[in-house]
Design a protein around this ligand. Structure first.
Ligand code: NAD
Ligand code: MG
Length: 298
């Protein structure tokens, strides 16, 4: 069986998109209904004890990149509180099972991150059920494509900001209040922060904010021994993209513009989160780690 340590050719390791990738789902999207099925490392991620005994909170942990990070954290030895929307229970159940199969504790805590009280309760959940929090991985996000600025309603703009930026503020604030020295926060930006698509005006601007927010916070909490970093993915095959994140037609070429000619799979992001969560990255803070198939960034 291959794992993330097996020598592989990145150009052929995962499929390239074609017409069969076109699909659309209402709401947040379900990983179980996505085709081809994304690889979140379910059968391939091999842990080596890099996060033994850690207490982690992962948002968006049911599917896509969050699912890959949650599986990897557990296989590296961490207990995990999973945040996701109630409608995503079926995806989340699979992740809970995978965490338990890794011999770690999984706490499922669904809710809406646009609600400040839920964000505070989520951090408190880790304190109550895991005995504290030393890793916060903010991976949830909202992305809805629109042809023109005229098509972006105030309601959509508000929801994108609330999901991607306000929740970040509430969660980072609540976590920092509970974290001990050595703890780490990992926020999730995007290639969209530097190369914004004309069809993602609201989303792209939140991702630029997340980079700046994280650098500022990193400087502010460094004295407390807390590190804050960012992962900035390029195109990755997840439910977000076929739940309105891209125009359906565009999915036939999703990720084809990267030097590798294919999108990333969630499993390929997991090690970036593990690295930034572990003391291996102990002298790294305020950094954005781009995992985007080779697209140039500033
Ligand atoms: P995904 O759909 O699998 O994950 C996003 C998750 O966000 C959902 O599963 C959902 O649980 C959560 N979420 C959304 N709104 C929420 C709300 N109001 N309350 C609680 N949870 C909510 O998609 P993904 O691509 O894995 O996204 C993960 C992160 O990666 C996002 O921040 C996204 O912006 C970022 N990202 C993705 C790509 C990509 O191409 N897939 C590229 C760059 C950045
Ligand atoms: Mg999901």
């Amino acid at each position: 069986m291959t794992d993330q340590y097996t020598l592989q050719d990145p150009t052929t390791q995962y499929p390239k998109p074609d017409d069969s990738w076109k699909q659309y789902q209402e709401g947040a999207g379900s990983e179980q209904e996505q085709h081809p099925k994304p690889d979140a490392g379910e059968t391939s991620y091999r842990g080596t004890g890099r996060l033994t005994g850690r207490k982690a909170v992962v948002t968006g942990g049911d599917s896509g990149i969050g699912r890959a990070a949650a599986i990897a954290f557990a296989r590296e030895g961490a207990d995990v509180v999973l945040s996701y929307l109630p409608e995503e229970e079926a995806d989340a159940k699979e992740v809970v099972q995978l965490i338990e199969e890794a011999g770690r504790k999984a706490v499922a805590f669904p809710g809406d991150l646009t609600d400040e009280a839920y964000c505070e309760a989520l951090i408190q959940k880790a304190v109550d059920e895991l005995g504290g929090i030393d890793i916060l991985a903010n991976i949830a996000g909202k992305q809805q494509t629109q042809e023109s600025i005229q098509d972006i309603t105030t309601a959509q703009f508000d929801e994108t900001m609330k999901t991607n930026v306000y929740s970040l503020f509430w969660l980072n604030k609540a976590a920092v209040a509970k974290m001990k020295p050595g703890s780490t926060i990992i926020n999730t930006s995007s290639i969209q922060a530097y190369a914004p698509s004309p069809t993602l005006i609201d989303y792209a601007s939140t991702k630029a904010q997340i980079n700046a927010f994280s650098k500022a916070l990193a400087g502010s909490v460094a004295e407390q021994g807390i590190r804050v970093n960012v992962v900035a993915p390029g195109p990755v095959w997840t439910p977000l993209q076929q739940a309105g994140g891209q125009p359906t037609e565009a999915l036939a070429e999703f990720g084809a513009q990267t030097p590798f000619g294919r999108p990333g799979q969630p499993a390929e992001l997991a090690s970036a989160y593990v690295y930034l969560a572990s003391p291996e990255s102990g002298y790294v803070t305020g950094e954005t780690l781009n995992v985007n198939g080779g697209m140039p960034t500033p």
